[in-house]
Design a protein around this ligand. Structure first.
Ligand code: TYD
Ligand code: MG
Length: 452
């Protein structure tokens, strides 16, 4: 008889161990290891694609044209790499209430119009609740069927009967399989149910979209293993209190990563925003100290963003530094460079940095704008409101080249900016854009002199 064993799994990072520990060796958090009983499976099951035992020559493998369906929203299609791929498994993550269910219902509507059969499995809401939302969005397709169920075995049977072309699972944290003993939402359950959905998707060529909730620290609740198993991972970003939402492809087997789509949440659902740069800058303050505009590449798209900074005098020994929307450590380095190389006495000032609009930018190309915003607030001198600033800052205070400078400058020119400050190494490339004055700076000192 198969004996059942128990193991301990960290509910935060998925670390597994055979004995209980107070502190997880994987992520260092306390009291997150929970016991899970694993009954030894009768046979090992593989997941994913059907394996063939004979190797094939790469040259002889016939390429297949993956079928793609449009979702009716150009922004979403772009994030997906040109539409929804048949038989793909997609994970959509985001804070509760950010609009995941709304977006999925809107996709259903469009695919329903194209004659596809859709099964919407909701483990969180009753069919009446989903219906209410559908009414609000004016969706009344014949081809959408709802199922309120959380047992993946029952869902599997239903899929066999209904033979849908597209399945939505809302959300993976509510689903469970009887083969695992732990509670829904635990690492084991999430992994097992996703594996089952993966077999359904790959085995029968059905596109599946899974909703995953996000924990406080921003990762999809439960395990990161989920991200390895699916083809595409999309995250909703943005401030829930503001009306716009950013959908970012973190992983995509069928297209570029980091591609973003910008949407606005209105009374009748999510609408795409066609000119996100204009939208991001729409209510920026003009001619006030502490703000600088730069351009970040989000995937293949240049996006103008505003960097804000507040530098205020403190009597404490330890000044506070805070960064929202960008890497904290990078900001600390920039502050150190400004102190050492540009002579700003920032050690007796608190510094707060914010990228407006709730967007997260991890690119070093925004360094120069961060530095200028800090210096502008420190000296109480505004930056000219039609100046764009580009450049990465090195530890010796040098301004380093950024990638795709021409595209960024073009976007600035399109948005009516008159001057662009770029690193020396980018000068030639940036000068190809007409209708905008290009000024170059070699180091932080020169940068501040030109900008302020
Ligand atoms: P929802 O899709 O339920 O979020 P999630 O599935 O990510 O938890 O979206 C919920 C929020 O969106 C809710 O606060 C109401 C708002 N909303 C609108 O503003 N307009 C709409 O047309 C809809 C359907 C929702
Ligand atoms: Mg929801």
């Amino acid at each position: 008889m198969a004996k059942s064993k128990s193991k301990y799994v960290c509910q935060n990072c998925g670390y597994e161990t055979v004995k209980w520990l107070g502190k997880c060796p994987g992520c260092g958090s306390f009291n997150t290891l929970e016991e899970e009983v694993v009954s030894a499976p009768s046979k090992v099951r593989g997941i994913g694609i059907q394996s063939s035992s004979k190797p094939q020559r790469l040259k002889e493998i016939m390429p297949v044209n993956e079928g793609r369906a449009t979702t009716g929203m150009g922004e979403l299609d772009r994030v997906l790499g040109g539409g929804l791929v048949e038989g793909s498994l997609t994970l959509i993550g985001g804070d509760p209430g950010i609009g995941k269910s709304t977006l999925l219902l809107q996709i259903c509507s469009e695919l329903g119009k194209q004659g596809k059969n859709i099964l919407y499995v909701s483990g969180e809401e009753s069919p009446q609740q989903v219906k209410l939302r559908a009414d609000r969005l004016n969706i009344s397709s014949e081809n959408i069927k709802l199922l309120s169920e959380t047992n993946i075995g029952v869902i599997d049977n239903c899929i066999l009967n209904e033979e849908p072309d597209f399945i939505i699972i809302d959300s993976i944290q509510t689903m469970y399989t009887e083969e695992a003993a732990s509670a829904p939402g635990s690492v084991t359950q999430v992994r097992e149910t996703t594996a089952k959905l993966m077999n359904i998707s790959k085995g029968r060529g059905i596109s599946v979209m899974i909703v995953g909730h996000v924990t406080k620290d921003g990762s999809i609740a439960g395990p990161r293993v989920l991200e390895h198993m699916v083809d595409t991972v999309l995250y909703f970003e943005g401030d829930k209190t503001a009306s716009y939402r950013i959908l970012r492809a973190v992983k995509n087997r069928f297209g570029g990563t980091n591609e973003i789509g910008v949407f606005e949440m209105g009374n009748d659902g999510l609408k795409e925003i066609l000119n996100p740069s204009a939208y991001m800058l729409s209510d920026r303050p003009l001619d006030v100290p502490g703000t600088a505009i730069t351009c970040s590449m989000e995937g293949t798209r240049p996006l103008l963003i505003e960097v804000q900074s507040l530098v205020s005098y403190t009597t404490f020994n330890m000044p506070r530094r805070m960064a929202t929307g960008t890497d904290f450590n990078r900001v600390v380095i920039i502050i150190a460079v400004l102190e050492k190389r540009a002579g700003l006495q920032l050690s007796s000032y608190d510094s707060y940095i914010n990228i407006t609009g709730g967007i997260k930018v991890a690119e070093p190309a925004i360094d120069a704008a961060v530095a200028v915003a800090i210096a502008s607030s420190y000296r109480n001198v505004p930056v000219n409101s039609d100046t764009l600033i580009l450049g990465e800052i090195g530890l010796t205070g040098e301004l380093r080249a950024v990638s795709m400078a021409e595209k960024r400058v073009q976007e600035a020119q399109k948005m009516g900016f008159k001057t662009c400050i770029v690193p020396k190494a980018n000068y030639k490339e940036a000068s190809r854009v007409e209708g905008i004055k290009i000024v170059c700076a070699g180091n932080v000192d020169e940068l501040l002199e030109i900008a302020l």
